[in-house]
Design a protein around this ligand. Structure first.
Ligand code: KG4
Ligand code: ZN
Length: 355
């Protein structure tokens, strides 16, 4: 099975050709990502109109490149998988319209893929992790703890009640005039910290539920910046480090709660935890989770960095996972800017605003 994946939900125009090998393993034949980062940098975040226009300008070249790099012919494609939500409506429309036209000309099935499901299943492209597993999904628009029970079957244990973690990183970076996207920059800055007396809150760390909140932390960072102007380099390094330490403390605490729920539910002693989404590229977050994994008896996995951030290979792979399901129904693809993974989950204020 060979699938073309298309991703345009946020600020990356991406097309990928993914093949299911004879043992069911994933072979990425091409994964082209055109990033719009430079177009959004001056604004400190993604501007929807600019994003949509850029997707229109780049989508055909990106798809052409994926086909030529993979050395397949269009007639070799068995299906097309396109992100149809959640995300920015303008961008989603570009990808879905293009995919619909191609699928109709080539007379092959078209699957509308949930972007979050793409992130949730990415790890299975590189490692045969069996269901169920516990997922920490951390992107620019979502922060969720999820039980991945099967393809298409997700239970959300906790979510952010305001800002997503990636968004918080981006805003801290913006407050320090460091650029966009903020995550990798703040992570690098934090490495140069020296001990200081800066102390930020650990939001909701003592609440018994599994929800997150990063809005107050972001405000505390901003206040610290206001009160200590002019900010020299060392001060900026220390602010980034203390922000990241606060985030990690909260993640470790919530992850332990989720782990207990998971262990009680499945009576499995050796749990697999997967970190996915753009923020999963953060090495300090991963190593901090890895440090407690032995004591708390779990294995932790993360996909390679280029598969953590938005890319179409994960969308194509999700298409393969879906096509492998028995009784799969291929329904007409419609754009869904809001599309929760778990329909049973209560929608919380501010949660799930973006992709
Ligand atoms: O999953 P993603 O590529 O796009 C969305 O679906 O939102 O995630 C993008 C987010 C951005 O907020 C970016 O700052 C964050 O991921 N990010 C990071 C790192 N690399 C990317 N956050 C923390 N540390 C990183 N190394
Ligand atoms: Zn994403």
């Amino acid at each position: 099975m060979i699938i073309l994946g298309i991703e345009t939900s946020c600020d990356e125009t991406s097309a990928s050709i993914v093949k299911e090998g004879s043992n069911g393993q994933c072979e990425i034949l091409a994964n082209i990502v055109h990033s719009q980062i430079l177009e959004h940098t001056d604004y400190g975040g993604v501007v929807p109109e600019i994003a949509a226009r850029s997707h229109i300008q780049n989508i055909d070249t990106v798809i052409e490149k994926s086909i030529s790099e993979s050395k397949i012919k269009l007639r070799d494609l068995d299906a097309i998988a396109v992100t149809s939500g959640p995300g920015l409506k303008g961008g989603l429309l570009v990808g879905v319209t293009f995919a619909q036209a191609m699928a109709s000309v080539l007379k092959i099935p078209l699957l509308g893929i949930n972007h979050l499901e793409g992130h949730a299943l990415t790890i299975r492209m590189v490692k045969k992790i069996q269901f169920p597993y516990l997922l920490l999904l951390v992107t620019g628009g979502h922060t969720q703890l999820i039980i991945v029970k099967d393809v298409g079957d997700y239970e959300i244990l906790g979510t952010t009640i305001d800002d997503a973690l990636g968004e918080a990183y981006d805003k801290v970076s913006k407050s320090l005039n460091l650029g966009y996207p903020g995550g990798p920059i703040v992570e690098r800055m934090a490495e140069k910290y020296s001990p200081s007396d800066i102390k930020f809150p650990r939001p909701l760390i003592n609440s018994k539920d599994l929800n997150f909140s990063f809005s107050g932390l972001k405000t505390a960072v901003r206040r610290e910046i206001e009160n200590s102007k002019p900010i020299d380099n060392q001060k900026a390094y220390n602010i980034c480090a203390e922000f990241q330490d606060s985030v990690i403390d909260v993640i470790l605490s919530k992850l332990s709660l989720a782990l207990n729920i998971f262990k009680n539910k499945y009576k499995i002693s050796n749990v697999n935890i997967v970190i996915a989404g753009g923020v999963a590229a953060n090495k300090k977050i991963f190593s901090s989770i890895e440090k407690i994994s032995k004591d708390q008896k779990f294995n932790v996995f993360v996909a390679p960095q280029d598969l953590c951030t938005d890319n179409a290979a994960m969308i194509a792979w999700c298409g393969i996972e879906r096509l492998r399901m028995k009784n799969i129904e291929i329904s007409p693809v419609i754009v869904k800017p809001r599309w929760p993974l778990d329909k049973r989950a209560v929608t919380l204020r501010g949660a799930g605003v973006k992709a």
